[in-house]
Design a binder for this molecule. Structure first.
Ligand SMILES: [Fe+2]
Ligand SMILES: [Fe+2]
Length: 306
């Protein structure tokens, strides 16, 4: 039994995921917001981006707290700690990147205060963050792992889809898009890691109906969030398609965990083509990728082209 060394490796699958994630390390210094023209956006779109930033400026550090408070206590091979320690740094980098966007786009001190204390509000963003915080404070590692899977997939799905929909429409936010592309790639690796650990070490730890209820709850929160950020005054993005996309992602997550789809085909949408153009893979939705597919692209892909 090793005490301090990295070798010998107990779970090569986890170790490989750690190495893949680590090999694409980046920092907020590579994101330049100076040419983004947030002020030129119409008021509804500005408001939408602001709400997205309010959520993300807090969500990533919440995930990092959850890792510290709960996941480090899970009974996983020691390689998991390598991944999780790296992920904590990843999440802090994400939070800093969103914080930089807020500092660059928003001048009002009052609004910035609101952004950095978004969880203390009473709107839908606060509700979503509070749902996440509830799991962090639950001190139940297995429940936390389940919530973590749902956050890294369902809770991020509509936000990333909205951001890359805006990119497709050529909104003048190139720095923002570049940062989110880096972040999305990291989030996919976190999702891959968490579902891998779930399937290998905790597959039967919770009742199937309990898991399905948690998925439905997460989907409902996400759909409310879509209504809140993509209001009827936002003309360029269709909230109905986003909701269908969220249900598609929920189906994918369930099948990844070994369960059948719960949302019928007509209620889902996997044809948000701009999501394919992220380069993580070409024909399937990014949450559908397997570890093998991710291996193929993660070392080679150039994100500079986007
Ligand atoms: Fe993150
Ligand atoms: Fe993450």
């Amino acid at each position: 039994m090793k005490k301090y060394s990295i070798y010998p490796i107990e779970d090569m699958g986890i170790f490989e995921q750690y190495r893949k994630a680590r090999d694409v390390f980046w920092t907020p210094n590579s994101i330049d917001y100076s040419r983004d023209d947030y002020d030129s956006l119409d008021e509804p779109e500005k408001e939408m981006v602001k709400k997205i930033l309010f959520f993300f400026a807090n969500a990533d550090t919440l995930v990092a707290d959850n890792i510290l408070d709960n996941f480090m206590k899970l009974d996983l091979p020691s390689e998991a700690n390598l991944f999780l320690a790296y992920q904590i740094m990843n999440e802090n980098i994400h939070a800093e990147t969103y914080g930089d966007a807020i500092e660059s786009y928003i001048s009002s001190l009052e609004l910035k205060e609101e952004a950095y204390h978004a969880i203390e509000g009473s709107d839908i963003v606060a509700n979503k963050l509070k749902w996440m915080e509830k799991w962090v404070n639950s001190n139940d590692s297995v429940n936390s792992l389940l919530a973590f899977i749902l956050v890294e997939s369902i809770f991020f799905s509509s936000t990333f889809a909205t951001i890359f929909w805006m990119k497709k429409l050529e909104y003048p936010l190139q720095g923002f898009f570049k940062g989110n592309k880096e972040i999305l790639r990291d989030e996919v690796s976190h999702y891959e890691f968490s579902t891998y650990c779930w399937n290998k070490y905790y597959k039967n730890a919770l009742d199937k109906n309990y898991i399905i209820e948690a998925v439905i709850e997460a989907v409902n929160i996400e759909c409310n969030y879509i209504d809140y950020i993509v209001t009827s005054t936002v003309k360029s993005i269709d909230p109905l398609r986003l909701k269908k996309y969220v249900k598609h992602v929920a189906n994918i997550v369930l099948s990844r965990m070994g369960y059948e789809h719960i949302f019928p085909n007509e209620e889902t949408d996997h044809n948000l083509r701009f999501m394919d153009e992220l380069g993580i893979q070409s024909t399937v939705n990014f949450f559908e990728i397997t570890s093998d597919n991710y291996t193929k692209v993660s070392g080679n892909i150039s994100f500079d082209n986007f």
